[in-house]
Design a protein around this ligand. Structure first.
Ligand code: AMP
Length: 110
């Protein structure tokens, strides 16, 4: 079982900022911004592309959860990132949405 499957299943004690039947959200272990939250499907998909192909409703729910969390955290602007594939920086191969906020962000991203 992958690390995010274990978190979603409650095998690794984790505070969920948001949870539903399909998705959970928790703080990133190594935050890249004052607010850095990961929103993941409970079910295992390798990345966002696979999730989009198989279960677009849950992909949509990740965005809805991110919106709810951003409002809860009082973020006036934020960035959503899906690193998809190792060349894009993906290091955990269980689909996850990064919600980043609390600072200014440069464009283009590195
Ligand atoms: P990515 O590089 O897009 O695959 O993002 C994976 C993210 O997961 C990184 O930002 C890590 O800091 C984060 N991460 C890895 N393990 C954990 C964990 N056990 N709890 C919370 N965040 C984690």
């Amino acid at each position: 079982m992958c690390i995010f499957c274990k978190i979603a299943a409650g095998e690794i004690p984790t505070h969920f900022l948001y949870e539903s039947e399909k998705v959970v959200a928790f703080k990133d272990l190594n935050p890249e911004a004052p607010s850095h939250v990961l929103v993941i499907p409970r079910e295992h998909f390798e990345n966002a592309a696979e999730l989009a192909a198989v279960d677009s409703a849950t992909l949509s729910e990740l965005f809805g959860a991110a919106r709810t969390i951003a409002t809860f955290l009082g973020l006036d602007g934020y960035r959503i990132v899906f690193n998809t594939g190792a060349s894009a920086g993906q290091s955990v191969f269980h689909a996850h949405l990064h919600l980043l906020g609390g600072r200014a962000f440069a464009w283009p991203p590195g």
